[in-house]
Write a protein that binds this ligand. Sequence first.
Ligand code: ZN
Ligand code: ZN
Length: 145
Amino acid sequence: MTVSQGPTIAEELRGAGLRVTAARVALLETVRHGDHLDVEAIAAGVRDRVGHISLQAVYDALYALAAAGLIRRIEPADSRARFEGRVGDNHHHVVCRSCGVVADVDCAAGEAPCLTASDDHGFSIDEAEVVYWGLCPDCSIARNS
Ligand SMILES: [Zn+2]
Ligand SMILES: [Zn+2]
């Protein structure tokens, strides 16, 4: 992904129809600079930027930003919800079964929906969400030694 001189975060919030608050700006910055952070890590990042904010307020802001399409929520089975700023490119994730670390995997076949369903049941499908499961390098080493 290339970084372009796009709109400021405040402009993006406004463009998405959201009220601009310091907490929302800090939250979007935290999620974008982070790597699939969970809610606790996001709350810590927001507090570093703007001071105290309740966990409930963090949840509310995450929900609003996700609903507006500015961030993406991923929730691998049996894992904590994570949030990321990489949206709209239909990328996938690889998740470690042991420690839960998450990494991005580019779309398997190019463009959304990326994978063609063998039977679409009449739906017009626009996205395929794929989670690859396995062991990360650290956990593979730990297991084999
Ligand atoms: Zn691991
Ligand atoms: Zn991702």
